[in-house]
Design a binder for this molecule. Structure first.
Ligand SMILES: Cc1cc2nc3c(=O)[nH]c(=O)nc-3n(C[C@H](O)[C@H](O)[C@H](O)COP(=O)(O)OP(=O)(O)OC[C@H]3O[C@@H](n4cnc5c(N)ncnc54)[C@H](O)[C@@H]3O)c2cc1C
Length: 409
């Protein structure tokens, strides 16, 4: 029996693999029944936030130590060298447990495939094994105060000086940067080229002199985001990924993997919504029941789309499902789940300070994490319209202009 009650006849090697996965998880992972279903990961307390981050890292190390990190990644860089179906079987079995790698799984998903495709042999050997084991935690240093949706307009500068680049500028919205050891950074290395053609991709040690991380306090008191100020920070030339000025290809690969990661769907919200309906005695309400079935259907669609996209990304082939599509779908699904949670719980859920109330509030508010992070829904829809519907491009007057001549606020 596979997840969600589908019966499949498995080949003997798959069955044996599943047994191996189960025995690892039974021995090391936290059973779902022992996990608080109403826990949220917004921590006003910095120590709690750091402890949560560290627990994710520790689980990633456990996975790596037992050969379950990077199941499809090449064995020479610390992966298992397995097939796509192995990753699926592992994910199906792991869904019965609460252990997860938290934030580091996002940057592993973004940076790992990018380094495999664009990194030098020395970079792969140096950086992929500790990335996979989370011995080194990574943050994404892309967005700037003047470059979010228009990322290619970024203004952080990197100037070659001897055997290192000197970096000056500012990044923003850098998730968990205060806990990370390394960052993957986009910086402008050619001011005279059109904006997409003058960007380079760097790996930067966050303890480099001239790197200052300042947490941003959100309305709920947590500090998930940071500003990162770069003042004369030196990055050795060996940490340039790909060609000088040619970083946009690697950046796009990070963004595609980020969209696929965000759109993959996480644990089952539908089942928690059912539990919520029971708690508030709304399970017989026909409108609520329709909403719950709808949530379940959306969750299944996201899971299946995510599976196809990940398989295509792993094989570096064209995907029949654009990562932008599943990200947009997941963002809209998250918004509908938040509305359903508040409709079920009513005022008690929206204002309640108890764990269930906090979960409902997080479901409602966190819709924006998916619809903005990793590229906004509006921008993803633009991309889909151009790539799949053949609609005309948005006006793009600065396409061939040297970056230094592009008007900026
Ligand atoms: C939870 C979360 C985590 C994040 N983590 C990171 C991180 O770790 N590292 C990092 O570098 N960044 C991170 N970001 C930043 C994120 O990538 C940007 O917020 C996002 O790309 C949007 O950029 P912006 O905020 O500057 O909005 P803007 O680009 O200023 O957009 C403002 C509004 O205008 C709309 N808009 C803009 N251009 C168009 C267009 N052409 N057509 C239609 N509408 C348009 C947008 O949809 C949006 O509604 C994170 C964001 C979130 C929410």
């Amino acid at each position: 029996m596979s997840e969600q009650g589908q019966t499949e006849v498995e080949s003997p090697d798959r069955r044996a693999f599943r047994v191996e996965v189960r025995s690892f998880l039974d021995a090391h992972a936290e059973p779902l029944a022992e996990v608080d279903p109403w826990a949220v990961s917004d921590f006003p307390d910095d120590a709690e936030a750091e402890a949560y981050f560290s627990r994710g890292r520790a689980w990633q190390a456990t996975l790596a130590d037992h050969g379950w990190a990077g199941i499809t990644w090449p064995a020479e860089y610390g992966g298992r060298g397995g097939d796509a179906w192995m990753g699926r079987v592992f994910a199906e079995e792991a869904a019965r447990f609460g252990s997860h790698s938290g934030f580091v799984s996002a940057t592993i998903a973004m940076l790992g495939p990018t380094l495999l495709a664009w990194g030098s042999e020395a970079q792969k050997q140096r950086f992929i094994p500790p990335l996979l084991r989370a011995d080194e935690a990574w943050c994404q240093l892309f967005s700037e105060p003047g470059a979010g949706s228009d990322l290619a307009g970024l203004a952080t500068r990197a100037v070659l000086d001897g055997d290192s680049f000197v970096v000056d500028g500012q990044k923003v919205w850098s998730s968990c940067a205060q806990f990370c050891d390394w960052g993957f950074l986009l910086a402008r290395t050619d001011l005279d080229a059109p904006k997409h053609q003058g960007i380079s991709f760097f790996l930067m040690d966050m303890s480099t002199p001239g790197v200052e991380v300042r947490p941003l306090v959100q309305a709920n008191g947590s500090t998930h985001f940071n500003e990162v100020f770069l003042t004369g920070a030196r990055i050795p030339v060996e940490q340039l990924v790909g060609d000088l000025h040619g970083g946009w290809g690697a950046a796009r690969m990070v963004l595609a993997n980020e969209a696929a990661f965000i759109g993959r769907g996480g644990g089952s919200t539908a089942h928690r919504l059912v539990e919520l309906a029971r708690m508030f005695r709304r399970q017989d309400d026909p409108v609520v029941r329709q909403g719950l079935a709808d949530a379940f259907i959306r969750e299944q669609i996201i899971r299946l789309l995510g599976r196809r996209i990940r398989a295509a990304l792993r094989q570096d082939g064209p995907s029949v499902v654009d990562p932008a599509l599943t990200k947009v779908f997941a963002a809209e699904s998250k918004a509908r789940n938040g509305q359903l949670a508040t409709a079920i719980s009513g005022a008690a859920g929206v204002v309640g300070p108890d764990p269930v109330g906090r979960w409902v509030q997080a479901e409602l508010i966190n819709r924006f994490t998916i619809s903005i992070g990793g590229g906004t829904t509006e921008v993803q829809k633009n991309n889909l319209a151009e790539r799949w519907l053949g609609l005309p491009r948005e006006p793009w007057s600065d396409k061939d202009l040297p970056w230094r001549d592009v008007p900026r606020s």
